[in-house]
Design a protein around this ligand. Structure first.
Ligand code: SAH
Ligand code: SF4
Ligand code: F3S
Length: 468
């Protein structure tokens, strides 16, 4: 595997921009206003990548549509994190033969994390002949040239060569949300947790330069964005590769010091290098939300070791304690895997114990899914599916109880929320800690920060009324 990342030069990107212009002209000459449908699977990193894909399509003359039917290009940005995610993509790709038959000039592109696996791109090549183009995350910046080739040469293109990854500045971004903006601060992951496919499909860690990140944030604030989320697979490693002496906590402090009425979030953190300095920074700046998503994966030290997580349950709890000593109301969320190969009943119970100790506000719970090419996929896995499902249900019942208990403590309090939309009769909003609050109100409030008095709750959300 290549280890050195590539910085794409301004000149290289300029070539792609010129191709966007040529594609625009190609459609103009035919008097066609082309439509594009971009569908995203997986995490915020993929959402952020899709905003760049849409940006490149818009620069190439396309208008976005929200259906496959009649689209001149379909781009599926895929996720490889669990088998279920991949099956959904294969199912949906299968169905596209029909939409393409109804609209023969339709071009179909697949990209994202799944396409970083040679066995997947081979399968697409041989079993899905109507797919026109495939590119892995490393080749995203070359999308205009791939599309140009498909449109003009009429041959299928596959840009899936393995590499350590690249950084390309200047790609236009077409954002789907006008209030909340994602800003990727780094790409890739070096951690190689033994169950995880991400380092194989997204390459090595590489950071964007602080000044381009700050510029992007300034632009969002100037456009009226109210929430910025800094994104990376392991944001705590930010800056290590740049050698500028700016770490993640420094970057957060710089963004949080920008003028304007906005809130700052980040994801995701790895506990092995979540520093005390980062907690200090979160506590210090009012604009940084008092919420921390800190995946623990397992509460058992043997399992953590085999997962290659490089911390113990004790070290994890110390971090949480430190954070809470500075910010008693810190909202904590996490990811956990149930049924890792060889996990015994007692080891699983250590996970329950850790959850009881931390009392998370919310948890994202996953049943282990073997990913080809990762060490965990080769490990003995004697527990049955039924045993794993039973553990999963116990964990969920515990967390649901805790979530509801925590939500109850909000009743009677006043929360400063950002109103982000409407769901039926109710406006939807988020607290600083990221909890969902529903309340009755006028659409004019969407996009504003308001105070809401909490009156009731469920396991998943809070209900309230405008506090005038
Ligand atoms: N970079 C982030 C996680 C990204 S993946 C981090 O390290 O925190 C999101 C979550 O998916 C992981 O935290 C893990 O809980 C889960 N996950 C990853 N690989 C998995 C697998 N093979 N099976 C089940 N869950 C998995
Ligand atoms: Fe995967 Fe671990 Fe990297 Fe997260 S830190 S993306 S779980 S390898
Ligand atoms: Fe999936 Fe890739 Fe994200 S595998 S979870 S889309 S980094």
């Amino acid at each position: 595997m290549e280890t050195k990342t590539t910085v794409i030069t301004a000149e290289q990107w300029k070539q792609q921009e010129l191709l966007c212009d040529k594609i625009k002209q190609y459609w103009n000459e035919q008097n066609i206003k082309p439509l594009a449908f971009v569908d995203t699977y997986g995490c915020q990193q993929n959402e952020a990548d899709s905003e760049r894909i849409r940006g490149m399509l818009q620069a190439s003359g396309y208008t976005m549509t929200d259906t496959e039917e009649g689209a001149d290009i379909i781009v599926l940005n895929t996720c490889a994190i669990r088998e279920h995610a991949e099956q959904r993509v294969f199912g949906n790709v299968g169905a596209l033969t029909h939409t393409k038959r109804r609209h023969p000039r339709q071009k179909i592109f697949l990209c994202g994390c799944m396409m970083g696996q040679p066995k997947v791109s081979e399968r697409i090549k041989h079993s899905y002949p109507y797919v026109d183009g495939v590119f892995s995350t490393h080749h995203l910046w070359q999308f205009p040239s791939l599309l140009w080739r498909v449109l003009t040469v009429g041959k299928r293109v596959f840009a899936v060569e393995d590499e350590a990854g690249s950084i390309c500045e200047g790609i236009p971004v077409l954002r789907t949300n006008e209030l909340k903006g994602w800003v990727s601060i780094m790409y890739g992951c070096n951690n190689f947790c033994s169950y995880c496919i991400v380092p194989y499909v997204r390459g090595r860690e590489r950071s964007r330069r602080p000044e381009v990140i700050l510029d992007e944030c300034r632009e969002l604030i100037a456009k009226g964005y109210k929430e910025i989320t800094l994104l990376g697979q392991n944001v705590n490693s930010y800056g290590k590769d740049l050698g500028l002496g700016v770490d993640f906590a420094d970057l957060m402090a710089q963004v949080a010091s920008l003028e304007g009425d906005f809130r700052l979030r980040f994801m995701t953190s790895h506990p092995k290098d979540a520093s005390r300095k980062l907690f200090d920074t979160i506590a210090k700046y009012p604009k940084i939300c008092k919420q921390f998503h800190l995946p623990f994966q397992s509460g058992n030290d043997r399992v953590l070791k085999v997962m290659n997580r490089r911390y113990t349950a004790g070290q994890y709890l110390e971090l949480v304690e430190y954070g809470r000593s500075l910010m008693p109301d810190l909202v904590l969320t996490s990811d956990v895997i149930v049924g890792f190969p060889g996990e015994t009943e007692e080891e699983f119970e250590d996970t329950l114990k850790l959850i009881e100790k931390v009392r998370y506000d919310a948890l994202f719970t996953f049943i282990f899914s073997p990913r080809g090419g990762t060490p965990a996929a080769q490990m003995d896995d004697p527990a049955t599916k039924e045993e794993k499902n039973a553990r999963f249900d116990r964990l969920l019942a515990l967390q649901n109880r805790i979530s509801e208990e925590k939500h109850r403590t909000y009743i009677g309090t006043v929360q400063h929320v950002l109103v982000d939309g409407r769901d039926g009769q109710m406006l939807t909003s988020r607290t600083d800690g990221g909890r969902l609050v529903r309340f009755a109100g006028d659409d004019a409030l969407i996009g504003q920060f308001v105070d809401v008095r909490i009156t009731d709750c469920t396991t998943w959300s809070l209900m309230g009324e405008l506090n005038r």
